[in-house]
Design a protein around this ligand. Structure first.
Ligand code: F6P
Length: 323
């Protein structure tokens, strides 16, 4: 192996640049040349390959977003698109690929690997932290801190005006951000896709708070909750309990930006180094992750077939502490 490629795919998140830096620096350490592919699978098809010498990744560890950009690719869903991508990898002399992506990107590369031969190692990233095979995905910790800081600010105004705020956080299919930020910000109630949300239960919790002389409260709603988003849940609650003025705040894509926390920088650095180690040592079609604070390698088919266990015990912690 002489030359490897690195790219970022799917939704962005803080810590991707730290991961790219780690891949480039550790590849150079192993005597490899590195090329970056812009805009993920789309750039692979459009032949958007750029050289990544060591200095190209200087001063990026602290930056959010991704210097390699990211994009969705309709063309990569086609046999012809994947064939074009492979042809470009060959002409650019790529012997191995490291992708920083989520489970959707891993599914994409699995399809590609059924048709073409290339050693590939994936590094997990998503603020949703719902990828099997790692305790933490890059970006999750930073997003949590962003959400908690936002809710702290919302609490100030909620308290001044004696209001209930329904705060919608990201998580189309996953409630990890909602639960952890809920505990971290002392939310009164949390609605997540993993459990059935009952409006009556939320109303009871808020009534209890009211009886206990709370003058403001926070309800966190994961965007993919089965009862709907924050607006819908706020409306349903308002119809049954109107002792408070209520407001809705949807945090949106701010959760995907910003400078990564030290935790995410270290995680991205460890995983980038582990991914290059795996490639150099001849392992392929695996995702590197961290389990119990140790590097763990999981085959692609397991990553996409298994569902990450949800920490239901944390919902209990949140409930007990919301008195
Ligand atoms: O990164 C995952 C995620 O944050 C989901 O929770 C969210 O629904 C989605 O990205 C939104 O991504 P986009 O707006 O880029 O489609």
């Amino acid at each position: 192996m002489k030359k490897i490629a690195v790219m970022t795919t799917g939704g962005d998140c803080p810590g991707l640049n730290a991961g790219i830096r780690a891949v480039v620096r550790s590849a150079i350490h192993h005597g490899l040349e590195v090329t970056g592919i812009l805009r993920g699978y789309e750039g692979m098809i459009q032949n958007q390959f750029i050289p990544l010498p060591s200095h190209a990744v200087s001063n990026i560890i602290q930056r959010g977003g991704t210097i390699l950009k990211t994009a969705r690719s309709e063309q990569f869903m086609t046999v012809e698109g994947r064939a074009k991508a492979y042809e470009n990898l060959r002409t650019n002399g790529v012997d191995g690929l490291i992708l920083l992506g989520g489970d959707g990107s891993i599914r994409g590369i699995q399809q590609f690997l059924q048709e073409h031969d290339l050693p590939v190692v994936a590094v997990p990233k998503t603020i949703d932290n719902d990828i099997y095979g790692t305790d933490y995905a890059i970006g999750y910790d930073t997003a949590l801190n962003t959400v908690v800081q936002a809710i702290d600010k919302i609490r100030d105004t909620a308290d001044s005006h004696d209001r209930i705020f329904f705060v919608e956080v990201m998580g189309r299919d996953a409630g990890m951000i909602a639960v952890l930020s809920g505990i971290g910000s002392g939310a009164e109630a949390i609605a997540i896709p993993e459990t059935r949300t009952r409006i009556e239960q939320i109303v009871q919790v808020l009534q209890r708070g009211w009886h206990r002389k709370k003058t403001s409260m926070i309800v966190i709603v994961a965007e993919g909750d089965d009862a709907g988003g924050a607006y819908k849940i706020a409306d349903a609650v308002r119809q049954r309990f109107d002792s408070f003025d209520t407001r809705v705040s949807v945090l949106g894509h701010m959760q995907r930006g910003g400078s990564p926390t030290c935790f995410d920088r270290v995680l991205a650095s460890r995983l980038g180094v582990a991914a290059v180690d795996a490639l150099v040592q001849g392992r392929r079609d695996i995702m590197v992750g961290v389990i119990d604070n140790k590097i763990a390698e999981t085959p692609f088919e397991t990553v996409v077939a298994r569902r990450k266990e949800f920490p239901y015990d944390l919902m209990r912690v949140a409930e007990i502490l919301s008195l």
